[in-house]
Design a protein around this ligand. Structure first.
Ligand SMILES: Cc1cc2nc3c(=O)[nH]c(=O)nc-3n(C[C@H](O)[C@H](O)[C@H](O)COP(=O)(O)OP(=O)(O)OC[C@H]3O[C@@H](n4cnc5c(N)ncnc54)[C@H](O)[C@@H]3O)c2cc1C
Length: 392
C-alpha cells in the first residue's frame, strides 16, 4: 500500500490529524472533494479565524455524552495550538472572553496547516470525490475516488457537518458511519439566527439593525451578550449561543436588562425623575427605537410618578423574563455548526477510533461534540484531529 493513513476531508480537523500523523512518519494522504482545503477556516471569524479560546473546558461543548471530549481536550490544549501559531509568526489578539483571532487573515491559519502538512510529507488530493469505501478482508480500507483507487490500513473521516452546503458540506461522513454500524444522532443547525413569524415578527421586523445586550436563557443554558434584530428574526452572539440549546417548543427567555436590578432601578428613577415618561427612562438604557416599541406594544408610557409601586415591579419582571416565540432557525444555510452526529458511544475518547471497525476514525464536527461560539469548535477540531493523528 502506498499510504498508511487516508483522511477524508481537508478541513480543520483533517489537516491537524494529517500533520500529526505525518510527523510520526506515517505516510498520509488527505482526500478533499473541494478545489482547496480549509474553506471554512477561511470564512471563519469574519475572515480573521477565531482559532481557539484560552478558557476552553469540557463545559463549553454540547454532546449526548458530555465526558467524551475531556481526554482529547486535555491532551491538545489551546496553548499547543497557540505555540504553532507563534512559531509561524502569525499575529493574533484576544477579542473578548478568551477568544483569539488572527490580526490579519484566516488565510494565515490555512497556510500554516498546509505548510505543516508539507513539512510532514502529507500528500493532498483536492477536487477528489470519494465514490465508495470498503473494508478489506485482512484489515484496512479501499477507497474508489475521482483520482483512482486508494488503500490504507487507517481511514480518518473528517468531513465536517452540514452547515454552509455552498462550502462543500455533505452528509457523507454520517452515511459512512452508518454503513460501519455507527449510530448517528439526529442533526440540527446550531449557532444559528432564530426566525420569527406572524405577530411575533411584526413586533420586531421594522427594528432590524437594532442591537443591545441581553441575557438569553433556554433551560439551564444562559448567555450574556449582544442581540441583533434582523429582518426575519433575531441574531447576535447571545441568540446564536442559545440557539444551540433551543428546539421548537422549548421556552426561550431574555433578560433585556441583565446589568440592572430592574425593579430597584425603575423605583430609583421614579424617585429621581418623577416627571419623566417611562419611554424616556427606557430610552436611556435601550436603543431609542426599541424603547419606543416597548411603550407602544407592551407598556403604557406615562410620567414615572403615576406608576403605583405594584406596576413598576411588574414591568421589571416582564423585562427580566421576556419570552421569545421563535418559529425556527435560519437552518444550515447560515449555521456555524451542526449539532448531533456520530454517536460518541461508538468511539474511543482517547483516539477517536471506531469501536466497530478497527482502523476507522471520526474527528471534528462530524462527531456529536459541538462547541459554543468563540473558538471552541476549532479547538475541538484541533484536539480530536490531534488525538486521531497520534494513533492512526
Ligand atoms: C461562517 C462560519 C464561521 C465560523 N467561525 C468559526 C470561528 O471563528 N471559530 C470556531 O471555532 N469555529 C468557527 N466555525 C465552525 C468551524 O468552522 C467548524 O466547526 C470546523 O471547521 C469543523 O472542522 P472540521 O474539520 O470537522 O470540518 P470542516 O472544516 O467543515 O472540514 C470538512 C472538510 O471535508 C470536506 N468534505 C466534506 N465532504 C467530503 C467528501 N464527501 N469527500 C471529500 N471531502 C469532503 C469539506 O469540503 C471540508 O473541507 C465557523 C463556521 C462557519 C460556517
Amino acid at each position: 500500500m502506498e499510504d498508511d493513513v487516508l483522511v477524508i476531508g481537508g478541513g480543520a480537523a483533517g489537516l491537524m490529524c494529517a500533520l500529526t500523523a505525518g510527523r510520526r512518519g506515517r505516510r498520509v494522504r488527505v482526500i478533499e472533494h473541494a478545489n482547496r482545503c480549509g474553506k471554512k477556516i477561511l470564512m471563519s471569524g469574519g475572515g480573521r479565524c477565531n482559532f481557539t479560546n484560552t478558557g476552553t473546558t469540557p463545559a463549553n461543548f454540547l454532546s449526548a455524552n458530555p465526558h467524551f471530549c475531556k481526554s482529547a481536550l486535555a491532551r491538545f490544549r489551546p496553548e499547543h495550538f497557540i505555540a504553532m501559531v507563534e512559531a509561524h509568526g502569525i499575529g493574533y489578539h484576544e477579542k473578548e472572553l478568551g477568544q483569539l483571532f488572527c490580526d490579519e487573515s484566516s488565510k494565515q491559519i490555512v497556510a500554516m496547516l498546509l505548510a505543516e502538512c508539507a513539512e510532514a510529507g502529507v500528500r493532498i488530493d483536492t477536487n477528489c470525490a470519494v465514490d465508495d469505501v470498503a473494508a478489506l478482508p485482512g484489515g484496512g480500507f479501499r477507497l474508489r475516488t475521482a483520482l483512482g483507487e486508494r488503500r490504507a490500513p487507517s481511514l480518518v473521516v473528517a468531513t465536517g457537518g452540514l452547515s454552509i452546503p455552498k462550502m462543500g458540506a455533505t452528509g457523507f461522513g454520517y452515511e459512512l458511519a452508518r454503513a460501519f454500524g455507527h449510530v448517528v444522532l439526529p442533526t440540527r443547525a446550531g449557532l444559528v439566527p432564530l426566525t420569527l413569524s406572524g405577530k411575533h415578527l411584526e413586533h420586531y421586523a421594522d427594528l432590524a439593525g437594532v442591537s443591545f445586550h441581553v441575557s438569553a436563557r433556554c433551560g439551564k443554558a444562559r448567555f450574556d451578550n449582544a442581540m441583533l434584530v434582523t429582518h426575519r428574526g433575531l441574531s447576535g452572539p447571545a441568540i446564536l449561543q442559545v440557539s444551540s440549546y433551543w428546539e421548537p417548543g422549548k421556552e426561550l427567555l431574555l433578560d433585556l436588562l441583565p446589568e440592572h436590578e430592574i425593579a430597584d432601578w425603575l423605583l430609583e428613577r421614579q424617585r429621581e425623575e418623577p416627571a419623566a415618561e417611562l419611554r424616556t427612562v427606557l430610552g436611556d438604557v435601550f436603543p431609542k427605537r426599541f424603547a419606543q416599541r416597548l411603550c407602544e406594544g407592551w407598556f403604557t408610557s406615562k410620567p414615572m410618578r403615576q406608576y403605583t409601586h405594584g406596576e413598576l415591579p411588574a414591568i421589571a419582571r416582564q423585562l427580566a423574563n421576556w419570552p421569545i416565540v421563535a418559529s425556527g432557525t435560519e437552518g444550515y444555510r447560515t449555521a456555524e455548526v451542526t449539532l448531533g452526529g456520530v454517536d460518541t458511544d461508538g468511539l474511543s475518547s482517547t483516539t477517536m477510533e471506531s469501536k466497530h471497525q478497527p482502523g476507522l476514525y471520526f474527528i471534528g464536527e462530524v462527531v456529536d461534540v459541538t462547541g459554543w461560539l468563540g473558538g471552541y469548535n476549532f479547538q475541538w477540531a484541533w484536539a480530536s484531529g490531534h488525538a486521531a493523528g497520534t494513533a492512526a
